[in-house]
Every structure is written in structure tokens, then in C-alpha cells.
Design a protein. Structure first.
Length: 570
């Protein structure tokens, strides 16, 4: 049933000549008994829920539908020739790339979206030029949340997976959940594809193949530590979320405590560049940079990469996105110093400006930025443009929020519960951020698995979902990040009480955590700001009310309050 529904939704969303048509998925079960047909009504977008029929009832069903519902006559050849422009999730895109599809075949090409193929072709040209001229190059690619930075990196890596090829590449990320999910998804997909061809492939072997080109950046670092002179086998390395690489202080502390190297005095960007610099002939580093994405203590930001290049690697050629000078990337001072670097190239192809996470509303990331920057008028204006195609709603009931995402999702569209890692006072609502969560099961398993996101029992945090996406999200907002009169108040729950966060870097991490949470949904989200409880000093109503009022004042529609009671009140 879900598969039939998915086909109809795929046509509606991504096939241009199906956008305005009524679409009825019909499931014909070979051995189904003849029963009286129950005809569903279409949703607002013209897609019907699946209709189940016995084989002998197909003619009856089609005849009834054609008579009952009217629409414009479709010309067969014109309809068939309509362009198909999908917007896959990062997991779907990775599967397609790993199976040999080109990035052009899985990316949108409409005028409103940045053409990823332009960026991929630019980077491929840089790599070819570096190899031919025997030079060392670093590229810094920027993009808004969901713009396709990871997709570009995977495209480069999957094009060069052969270790015997001089262009051999590796995709590196410090995002453990992302690495684990991509590896498992690709391994499962490869096993299934081999099975469809009548061949057997053990999942362990499939995993080993995938692990060779998608690695955790810390494992790559450890391999380079084993021999400080030997260059890595790869000439091309792609560092996803490069702004999250560790500072010198955090790296040195880790090396001393975990590796027994008390004399290590390099930041992670410094060491990673030095590893690639061991190549005597040529090397290319691609840094994928997100703005406002640092969410953990000790993350250096992109300025550390730039400062390292300026001070230690002046012979390297540097290709930069012009947007790195913008405030959200935090590279302002370092950028001014890099102007004097002898080999700098600026190119707009290294910036992805349009979010591709939501095929319904590309300006979601803009709206989130306005919300978090307390720019109320800009938030209201942007929201009014979003709501017709991208539902955003507000409620005080966790149960109502869960019901909303379940009701909105159709077919196999994935939904889930997400919260800040600092949201420690949601336990009365059966949400405990300290409970272990396996992101592989949460993101990849189906509706029948209690560990999957579909069950809405386990809440993922910003650390689990960064770089990934769901179709629908239920974001539960705790008292760690509270709306004040003209600013946000930052809190951490320690022991038995809330304590103010005063350090600027930790305040930024908390704000960025909510930026991540609010930009995960492809199709829509519900924001839950629970009611407080004045009998509990850790959940006073005043801790939540100002945030709810602020979001409501922005024009976010509220859900009816006749929802089922939350767990805490049963």
C-alpha cells in the first residue's frame, strides 16, 4: 500500500506534467476477493489514498473514477515527456550515486534551485587540473542547511572509488551517525541489488567495500598517526562539516589522554592538511562548510583552516566561496589575512545558496535564521510565503504534535521526534535525551520496528540528525533555550536545577542546535512548546510561555487543543 502511495506522491512532487493532475494509486492484489469498493477522497494536492481492488474490479474502479472526478484531458506523449526532477534525501542520493548514477540524474534542474552539477563539474575540473599540473589545492565550499554540500562530496567520492586509480578519493566526516547511516544504507542496498540479479553478497563484504570510501575523520587521522611520513593512499579527501574540526586545545588534550602523545600541538585542520601535504606530487582537499553549524565544545570553525593555510601552507592553491566572509561562517578576520595569500581563487560555483532539503519551500533555512535572530518582521513575511506549501504549526501538547506528523505523512514518508541534547526536563513527557538511541535503526528501519523514528518513542538530538533529514518532524522545545524580551536566554540543567550559560561559545552551540532541529524537515514540521507545571520548580510555566508566545506572534498557526493527553497526565 505504501509503495503504491509513494509512486503517486513521486509523480505529484517531481514529475512536472503530473503537478496539476488528480492521481489515484490503485493496488491490485492477485488473489484478492471481490468486495464492495470504498472510494477515498483526494488530499488537497490531488493525490488519493491508495484504492485496493481485485483484478476483476479494475475496469469498474477506473470507470467510476473517470466519471466521478473531472480534470483536464492529458495528452499522452506530452505527459510522458514531462521532465522528472527528483529531490532525494541524502540517503537516497547516496544510494543512487553508489549505484553509478550521475548527480545530474538525481538533482533538480529548475530555475529556483542551484544546479549541483555546476559545482560538481567545477570541482572535478579543479581535481583534474591539480593532477595535471602537480599542484596541491584546497577548496572551501559553503552552503545553507540542506543545500547539497554532502551530496556534492559524495558525488566526487563515488566517481573515484578505485584504490588503483590515481584519482582515488575518500569521503570523511566527524559526524558519527551520518557515517554509520550512510554505510549501512549503502551496504543494505548493494546486498539487495545483488540479490535481484540472482547473486549472493554477504552484508559484511558489502560493508567493507563501503567503508573504504566513507570513513570517520578520526579513523583517518589515526591511520596517518601510525606513520608520520607516509602519505595516505588517497590523493583527494573530502571533509564533510569541516567547520566542526577540532581546535588545537581539544586535539592536544585528546591525543594526550587517549593516544598517549603529550607533545602533540596541532589543531585537527593543521594535522589533516599536513597529512595530505606528504604527497610529493599533488593533492586536493575539499572542505564542505556549513554556516552556524558548530554544535559542540572544541569545534574550531572554518577560520582555523584558513589561518593554518595562511601561516603554514602558502604553496597550496586555495579556491574559496565568496560567501565565507559572511558572519554566519565566522571566518571574518582570517579571511582578511588570507587576501595576502599568493594563490587564491574566488568562485561563486563554490556556494550552494538554495536549500534542497525541502522541495516544497526552499526558504525554510532563511525563516529559521530570522526566527533565531529575533527578526520578527522578516520571520512573518517569510512564513506567509512558506505556509501554503510547507506546513508549520505550533502546539503545547506532545501528543497532539505526534498525531499531527502521523496524520500528515503518507506512504513511507518518514517522520520523527527531535529535541535539543540539553532538553533534560522533558522526561515528564516520556522524552529522555540520555536514553541511548541507535541512529541506524532510527533512520533506516521501517514502521514495524519499535526502534525506528516512526514509533515516536525515541527522540533524536541535533547530534543524531545533523546532515540528515526527515519528511516531517515533531520538534519539542525545552526550557534550555528561552525567548527573552529582546534576546534568547541560554540554560543548562545541572544536578537538580537550571543554570545560566554565560560563555559565548556555548551560547552559540545551543542556538545552532535549534538551527539544526528546525531545518531537518523536507515537507513540514510541528513545534511543541509544552505547558509548564508550577508545582515543579524545574518546569515553571514562565520557562515555556514566553517562547510559545514569541513563536505564536510570528504567525505560526496553532493546533486545536482537544488532543489526547500527554503521557504525564494519564
Amino acid at each position: 500500500m505504501d509503495q503504491a502511495w509513494d509512486y503517486a506522491l513521486d509523480l505529484k512532487n517531481f514529475h512536472r506534467t503530473s503537478h496539476a493532475a488528480l492521481l489515484v494509486p490503485i493496488l491490485i492484489a492477485t488473489n484478492a476477493r471481490v468486495r464492495r469498493l470504498q472510494y477515498p477522497q483526494p488530499a488537497n494536492d490531488g493525490v488519493f489514498p491508495p484504492l485496493s481492488v481485485a483484478p476483476s474490479q479494475l475496469t469498474e474502479a477506473i470507470s467510476f473514477l473517470v466519471k466521478r472526478f473531472t480534470g483536464e484531458l492529458l495528452d499522452g506523449p506530452t505527459w510522458e515527456a514531462g521532465p522528472y526532477s527528483p529531490t532525494p534525501t541524502i540517503v537516497e542520493a547516496a544510494r543512487a550515486l553508489y549505484a553509478g548514477h550521475a548527480v545530474e540524474s538525481i538533482s533538480r534542474s529548475d530555475a529556483g534551485a542551484t544546479n549541483l552539477s555546476v559545482t560538481s563539474k567545477y570541482l572535478s575540473g579543479v581535481i583534474d587540473d591539480a593532477r595535471n599540473r602537480r599542484t596541491k589545492v584546497i577548496c572551501l565550499l559553503t552552503g545553507v542547511p540542506g543545500a547539497g554540500k554532502t551530496l556534492v562530496g559524495l558525488d566526487i567520492a563515488t566517481n573515484h572509488m578505485d584504490p588503483a586509480n590515481e584519482l582515488y578519493s575518500v569521503f570523511l566526516s566527524g559526524n558519527g551517525p551520518l557515517v554509520a547511516i550512510l554505510r549501512e544504507a549503502l551496504a543494505r542496498d548493494q546486498v539487495d541489488r545483488e540479490k535481484a540479479l540472482g547473486r549472493t553478497l554477504r552484508k559484511g563484504e558489502a560493508r567493507r567495500r563501503v567503508e573504504s570510501f566513507i570513513q570517520n575523520v578520526h579513523h583517518f587521522r589515526d591511520d596517518c598517526l601510525a606513520d608520520l611520513l607516509l602519505p595516505p593512499p588517497e590523493h583527494v579527501t573530502i571533509f564533510d562539516e569541516a567547520q566542526r574540526a577540532w581546535t588545537k586545545e581539544k586535539t592536544s588534550a585528546f591525543m594526550k589522554q587517549k593516544k598517549g602523545r603529550a607533545d602533540f600541538d596541532m589543531s585537527e585542520p593543521d594535522f589533516l592538511i599536513s597529512c595530505m601535504d606528504r604527497h610529493e606530487d599533488w593533492a586536493v582537499i575539499l572542505c564542505l562548510v556549513g554556516g552556524g553549524q558548530e554544535i559542540n565544545t572544541g569545534e574550531a570553525g572554518i577560520s582555523e583552516w584558513i589561518e593554518t593555510l595562511r601561516s603554514k601552507y602558502r604553496e597550496w592553491h586555495v579556491h574559496l566561496s565568496p560567501r565565507l566572509s559572511e558572519a554566519e561562517y565566522g571566518a571574518g578576520l582570517a579571511m582578511t589575512q588570507l587576501v595576502r595569500h599568493p594563490h587564491v581563487v574566488w568562485n561563486e560555483a563554490l556556494h550552494l545558496s538554495v536549500s534542497r532539503r525541502s522541495f516544497r519551500a526552499e526558504r525554510v533555512s532563511d525563516w529559521v535564521k530570522f526566527v533565531l535572530d529575533l527578526e520578527m518582521e522578516a520571520s512573518r513575511t517569510t512564513l506567509s510565503a512558506l505556509l501554503p506549501r510547507y506546513p508549520i504549526c505550533l502546539t503545547r501538547s506532545v501528543a497532539a504534535g505526534k498525531r499531527w506528523v502521523k496524520d500528515m505523512a503518507r506512504g513511507s514518508e518518514r517522520y520523527g521526534l527531535i529535541v535539543s541534547s540539553q532538553a533534560q526536563r522533558l522526561k515528564p513527557h516520556a522524552i529522555d535525551v540520555r536514553a541511548p538511541l541507535d541512529p541506524v535503526h532510527w533512520f533506516l528501519d521501517d514502521k514495524l520496528d519499535v526502534r525506528s523514528s516512526y514509533y515516536l518513542e525515541d527522540a533524536a538530538t541535533e547530534f543524531h540528525v545533523q546532515g540528515l533529514e526527515l519528511d516531517w518532524t515533531c520538534v519539542v522545545w525545552d526550557a534550555d533555550f528561552r525567548a527573552g524580551k529582546q534576546t534568547w536566554d541560554h540554560w543548562s540543567f545541572v544536578g537538580d536545577r537550571w543554570q545560566r550559560i554565560l560563555k559565548k561559545d556555548r551560547q552559540a552551540y545551543l542556538k545552532n542546535a535549534y538551527r539544526v532541529l528546525l531545518t531537518r524537515a523536507r515537507q513540514g514540521m510541528v513545534i511543541v512548546v509544552p505547558e509548564g507545571d508550577d508545582s515543579d520548580p524545574t518546569r515553571n510555566a514562565e520557562f515555556f510561555d514566553a517562547t510559545f508566545d514569541y513563536l505564536k506572534d510570528l504567525g505560526i498557526p496553532t493546533l486545536p487543543q482537544h488532543a489526547a493527553p500527554d503521557v504525564a497526565s494519564i
